[in-house]
Structure formats: structure tokens, C-alpha cells
Design a protein around this ligand. Sequence first.
Ligand code: ADP
Ligand code: MG
Length: 312
Amino acid sequence: MIKFEHVYKKYEDNPAIEDLNLQINDGDFFVMVGPSGSGKTTTLKMINRLIKPTKGKVLIDNKNIEDYDLQKMRLKMGYVLQNIALFPNLTIEENITIQPESLHWTKEKRKRVALDLLDKVGLDPKEYAKRYPNELSGGEQQRVGIIRALATSPDVVLMDEPFSALDPISRTQLQDLVLKLHRELKMTFVFVTHDMHEAIRLGSTIAVLRNGHLEQIGNRDDILNHPTNDFVRGFFQIEQNGQLSVKNLLDDGFGTETTEETNSTLLKDDLIGRLATELKNNNGIVIFNDDDVNYKFTTADLLDFLAKEGEK
Ligand code: ADP
Ligand code: MG
């Protein structure tokens, strides 16, 4: 468990973070979202001690991070950056095993881990292990960036806008990939983005930052349906063009006609926030009637729709 207690960070005299209090539970997919300059990167770097708080405490399992051995702590924390930063003169396999090598893992063990991880992210090891970074697309390179962060089986993986430089299709594929990895590996993911759609799609817990202040923390439903203030409401509404409704999903080809019975009084003109609530109340499947036709929506439909909207 990671905990911020009354944390402040000033750059010279300028406050970047003010009185931040939050808790990140083990195994969570925790997303920090907010506009540029809101303090997301600063907060993330305080977790792996690249930045030291001006005041306050960051704790891991109730122990101040200052009291851990820095090298050991860093090995338990993977870090994925926006600009992919692979070493151009090393092969993909060598890039992945750079940390394991510094830990003196045997050659066999390093190779096994690299090949297993390549396989896990859909890059055929036979084809990719010996290539150099410039022989991979941006999306493929960022897959390697993610693998590199996973190579030492960390407890926590920190990701700072890892997909923002990618084209929309690669971004959606990599979002799916990190969701899959999170399900399989059961590590804590802390993911920073300025993109509200990405936050909603990925986060089990979402923290909204503005000007160094935590505006709200909650799950998808809390944020979409119970914004605590006008900033959170506005941030989502602006990003969602205000008024996306169930009709927009249908028009985009989401949802299917069904002969199953309705389990909801949802209407075609209802906003997607209501759909999110209904999905939550009905175990992820909503069937509603419009004009003598029954339609079926799943949570996946809503998330894919949001991802598609985010690309516009
Ligand atoms: P975000 O990641 O949300 O864009 P940052 O954490 O990078 O926000 O920045 C928060 C604030 O701190 C911004 O106003 C930024 O200009 C300032 N800041 C960040 N890093 C530095 C630095 N090294 N020196 C001075 N000011 C900084
Ligand atoms: Mg940043």
C-alpha cells in the first residue's frame, strides 16, 4: 500500500503539490488524471524517489520511503515513460534484460524472462528478440518499454502518459494490453494521463488533480455520475462534448438487438452516465427497449465507445 500524507512539493517558491493525501491499495489499477501542469508527474516521481517532497510523507506499507534502501526499492518499481527511451544500440532482448543483468541473473534466466514477456505482449520472440529498436513501430517499441519495466517482477509499475505519443489504434491496443497484464500479473499499476477517456477506460480508482490539488478520488461510477465539484463535472463534460447519449453508442454500432427481456428502464436519449450506473447495477449487462426493439449493452461496449470517442 502506498500512502501520501500531507505531501507538499515546491519548485523554488512555486507550489506544485499542496497537501496531497491519498492511498493506493495493493493490486489496484490507479489512474491519476488532470490537465497539463496539474502535478501528475511530480506525484508519480515522489513514489520512486526521483523527487523528494518539500513537506509531508510518502509511505509504502506504512514505512516512510526514505527508510528503504533506494536500489532495492527501485527494483520493486517498474517505470514506463512517455518517450519510449529504448537503447538504440542494444537488441530488444538486451533492452529488456538490462536490469536483470545488473542483478547478475544467469544468462538462461534472463533469456527465459525476455522471451516469456515478449510472448505475453504479442511480439513473437523468434522474430523480435534480435531486432534493434529502430526496426520496430512506435507501438511495438512501447510494448518493449512496458516489458522492460516488468522484467524484475516489480510490485508496483509506474506509467507516465505512456501512450500519448502513439497513434489512436496503437493506443487502444496498448490500453487493452495493460488491462490484460494487470489482470494476469496482479501488480499495482499507477498510471498517469491527461486523457479523461483513457482514465475512465483503465482506472479501477481514478484520482483527479488540478493545480496540485486532489479534486476527487473514486471509481468510474463516482467520477462520471457523482462529480464532487464543477471542475470534475466540467472536465468530463468538455471532453465528452457535453451530451453523449445511448443513441450515440447505437449510431456508432455498439449494442446488439436481442430477444432477451429488458432489465432496465434506460432510454435511448439517456446520457452515458446513466448507462454506466445501470451497467453497474446489473452486473455489466443492460437490456432496454426502444420502439418495440430490445437492445443489449455490455460494459465492454461502453468502454470501447469511450476509447473511440477519445481518439476523435
Ligand atoms: P503534469 O505532469 O501534471 O503536467 P508536473 O508535475 O510536471 O505536472 O508539473 C507541476 C507543476 O510544477 C507545473 O507548474 C510545472 O511547471 C512545475 N514543475 C515541474 N517540474 C519542475 C521543475 N523541475 N522545476 C520547476 N518547476 C517544475
Ligand atoms: Mg507530466
